[in-house]
Ligand binder design. Structure first.
Ligand SMILES: Cc1cc2nc3c(=O)[nH]c(=O)nc-3n(C[C@H](O)[C@H](O)[C@H](O)COP(=O)(O)OP(=O)(O)OC[C@H]3O[C@@H](n4cnc5c(N)ncnc54)[C@H](O)[C@@H]3O)c2cc1C
Length: 423
């Protein structure tokens, strides 16, 4: 029997191993990981496609990680079911792995809607290393691609494909791209830059059917959109989003909503069973509720909190929120928290928009506390703003300065500066 069993060896799973080992250097840890390779940076799979990074650059831990941490690593093996009463995990080869404490860190899987023709050669999803490797291998032969989904994954992949010389069309169901992290102004700014780089952006549409090539019906030749228009292409990449891989707990007493529900200690509703990362719905300090937040640094933090608690050191998850720091087509972007409140009532919105400088800044306030930050091109003061937001500081006295050119630490009242930075 292993004292600790962890399913999934990515951001959450690896961080949990490290936390456990800080507290408990000796007890057995078994990690079950479907992916055969060591832990790698999932956000960098686009860089593998663009050629900016190779596999070595993407590795999160060196090849000795398992040995150094005295972990029994069952890589290339999938957990297929759980018996939470008798406390064991069943693997795809039939083996049983017993545990005292279990962490489910199985992440997310691509959401793939039913599309006629999706079985053709040249259709990909894009969430794991093997997807990036298969895609990269096909790019040499392709001239054009349709990316279904204009969210974070779709846009980062589009940039990689453009770098590789492909003509890309993004098809987005919403009326703007990056709708989860940008508002309409910011989305337009990014869309303009992308269009200037040769990308065609089609919004308010989805792909209804994937067509074959005239010479070979089994190979992708184009798509038909919901409005009946067709777009020729050599590959289709479905990048609509990820959904939690929570199927292992279905039929058990582990409570789920869209993901596995966890408390601030990453405990599920079943004793000795924890969950972290993209599979879990953890606390959001802005909404004050649990929700899915599929982000790498949050998965790491949640994994660490789970690891400590599993090993007996009490650790409370401080909460996370939607947070993206990106650079798309040369535009640096910071988007944190509630940047686009659906119902503006009760919110105060400060903006500074200078199109000639391609500068856009927006701060969303509720009761004089920052709940959303959106910065394009000038992202220098993001750290100070985030600190105010994280600490729920009432900014009433200096809010007009928040978006000014010389806003910085010196703008803050000295008592506040001391409280935030010196305590
Ligand atoms: C293309 C892309 C770009 C991204 N860009 C960013 C970004 O810029 N910034 C950011 O913050 N986040 C980004 N993310 C999100 C980030 O990668 C995730 O939040 C993070 O990887 C979640 O980590 P995790 O450990 O919860 O799960 P995952 O990284 O999804 O890993 C889960 C692991 O568990 C394995 N597994 C699942 N089920 C089983 C099973 N039954 N048995 C054995 N093994 C199993 C999986 O194969 C996988 O290896 C991006 C994601 C993608 C796909």
């Amino acid at each position: 029997m292993a004292k600790y069993v962890i399913i999934g060896a990515s951001a959450a799973g690896i961080s949990a191993v490290e936390a456990i080992r800080e507290v408990d250097p000796v007890s057995t840890i078994t990690v079950v990981s479907e992916e055969p390779c060591p832990s790698y940076s999932r956000p960098m799979i686009s860089d593998l496609v663009s050629g900016k990074a190779n596999f070595e650059k993407m590795l999160c831990r060196d090849g000795q990680f398992w040995e150094k941490n005295n972990v029994q690593a069952l890589t290339g093996q999938r957990a297929v079911s759980l018996n939470l009463k008798e406390k064991y995990v069943v693997l795809d080869n039939g083996a049983r792995v017993s545990f005292e404490k279990l962490l489910i860190a199985t992440g997310g899987k691509p959401f793939v809607p039913k599309i006629e023709g999706a079985d053709k050669k040249g259709v990909f999803t894009f969430t794991k290393l093997s997807d990036a490797e298969s895609l990269a291998a096909e790019i040499e032969k392709a001239k054009s691609a349709v990316v279904v989904g204009g969210g974070l994954i779709g846009v980062s992949l589009t940039e990689a494909l453009v770098k590789r010389g492909l003509k890309v069309t993004i098809v987005e169901l919403q009326n703007k791209i990056l709708s989860l992290i940008l508002d309409a102004t910011a989305s337009d700014m990014v869309a303009n830059v992308m269009e200037r780089a040769g990308v065609t952006i089609v919004t308010g549409q989805s792909v209804q059917r994937i067509l074959g090539k005239p010479e070979d019906e089994r190979v992708v030749g184009g798509v038909v959109l919901t409005n009946g228009n067709s777009v020729q292409c050599d590959m289709v990449i479905i990048a609509i989003g990820v959904v939690p891989r929570a199927e292992l707990v279905s039929g058990t007493d582990v409570k789920t909503n869209r993901g596995i529900l966890v408390d601030r200690f990453m405990r599920t509703s079943v004793p000795d069973v924890y969950a972290s990362g993209d599979v879990a719905e953890a606390y959001d300090f802005i909404s004050g509720e649990n929700r899915l937040l599929p982000l790498w640094p949050l998965a790491q933090l949640e994994g660490r909190v789970a690891g400590y608690n599993m090993a007996g050191k009490k650790a409370e998850y401080p909460g996370g929120t939607a947070m993206s720091a990106l650079k798309y087509f040369g535009i640096p972007i910071i988007s944190i928290g509630l940047v686009n409140p659906k119902n503006a009532e009760g919110y105060e919105i400060l903006t500074r928009y200078e199109p000639e400088k391609r500068l856009y800044k927006k701060i969303v306030l509720k009761d004089d506390v920052i709940v959303g930050i959106l910065l394009l091109n000038d992202i220098e003061r993001a750290g100070v703003l985030f600190n105010l937001m994280k600490n729920s500081v009432n900014v009433k006295k200096f809010k007009q300065a928040l978006l000014s050119e010389n806003f910085g630490l010196a703008t803050l009242p000295s008592s506040l500066r001391k409280r935030l930075y010196l305590e």
